[in-house]
Design a protein around this ligand. Sequence first.
Ligand code: PLP
Length: 490
Amino acid sequence: MADEPLIFEKSKPDRVGFSLPELDIPFEDIAKLLPSDLIRQELNLPELAEVDIVRHFTNLSRRNFGVDNGFYPLGSCTMKYNPKVNEEIASLEGFTHIHPFQSEKDIQGILELLHNFEQYLCSVFGFKAFTLQPAAGAHGELTALLMIKAYHNSRREGSQPSRTKIIVPDSSHGTNPASVSLVGYQTVVVKSDSHGNIDIEALAKVVGGDTAGLMITNPNTLGLFDEHILKVAEIIHGVGGLLYYDGANANATLGLCRPADLGFDVAHFNLHKTFATPHGCGGPGAGPVGVNEKLKPFLPIPRIIKRDEGWGMSCEGYPKSIGKVHSFYGNINVIIKAYAYLLSLGAKGLREASENAVLNANYMMKRLKDYYYLKYDRTCQHEFVISAKWQKEKYGVKALDIAKRLLDYGYHPPTIYFPLIVEEALMIEPTETESKETLDKFCDVMIAIAKECETNPELVKSAPQTTPVKRLDEAKAARELNLKWAPGNS
Ligand SMILES: Cc1ncc(COP(=O)(O)O)c(C=O)c1O
């Protein structure tokens, strides 16, 4: 298993895994239909018996790590367990067999579901309307920033200069400044204070007539709730800017506070984190965007509406809309799973989910803070950031080494070196779906590794020892990826 050869290396001439029926049309007739450069006499395919193929791919699949086979405390990613019932509901034929080109009268059920889901999101987060089109958190950010831009442009008079700047705290998620650049705004970074909040004095210095808005995650990527958020809203609105809530961390706040009530004008939420749909490998996800009255006219089209004859999708009557941001109505399958999750938990269950996520994170933080440096020592929300600063200073062991050593113990490591404002950061997010036993076992392992750093630092620095792939040259692995097999290149 450890040295599973490539399937091409296992290949033996004339081994057969699958027998095709004899061709019953003359080959020349088929060849006429195909581009000549695609017609080959020889195909360099591996030749193996069916059982060897099945074993090969089963063995490879066992090397995968997922939340279904272990604890996955990857901070900022909310890798919580997704109840299987949501998958089953989304797989019902009534959902999987519909097509967006069917007439509206044939798809009344899904249109009603989408409309209801928008309404639920409005009540959970306090906004006036939602679009479900964006396919990811970053896509939601882009959609929202396009709306912010359209809003400011619609209000600009004569020779009035445009607003060009979006402010983001130095703890922001990387997608925030990236989305800002994508819409042609300039990012202005404002520093955090010693408690991990936005530094209010620094903010007051950078706002002005050119401020289009401020984007903030709350709780932020340090896992801390910004205690000055009402003041931040006042400052931004005071200069005519808009307040954007990166709601990707809403797993900490469901049923506890609503961003619209805190003064946010617009927000995106990650269904593939907060609403228990799988999150990984870049998708599929969904990043619905909620808006207040000010931004409602700019929402993407089509909008789901109720006509006398039933539910429909309409592009008419939205002259200020930023247009379409996704084909049809977004990643419907992800939305169905989130809808099922929301209905099965209800208001009370959502609140309990967030309370447990916060409790779990605080429990772990308390257990670990004597062994790892904790830069911001205050109650955290759904995640917390400890650091390998002590281990690095005393034994030359870095956050990366600790992450690799966790692999030897069978755990997915936490996020490391993020957020950037904590040196040697280890960002741990347990989520609400883990038992106390799981949290304790992981903490025991983290404490054991802290002790290993003292007694056998070389062991930690050379980890992992037990995985199929040992320590990689990180730079080479990232920059010289070679994932494609070619003849003679095994
Ligand atoms: C705080 C925050 N903002 C934005 C995003 C971007 O979301 P996505 O990966 O869906 O684009 C994430 C992703 O986890 C996040 O944690």
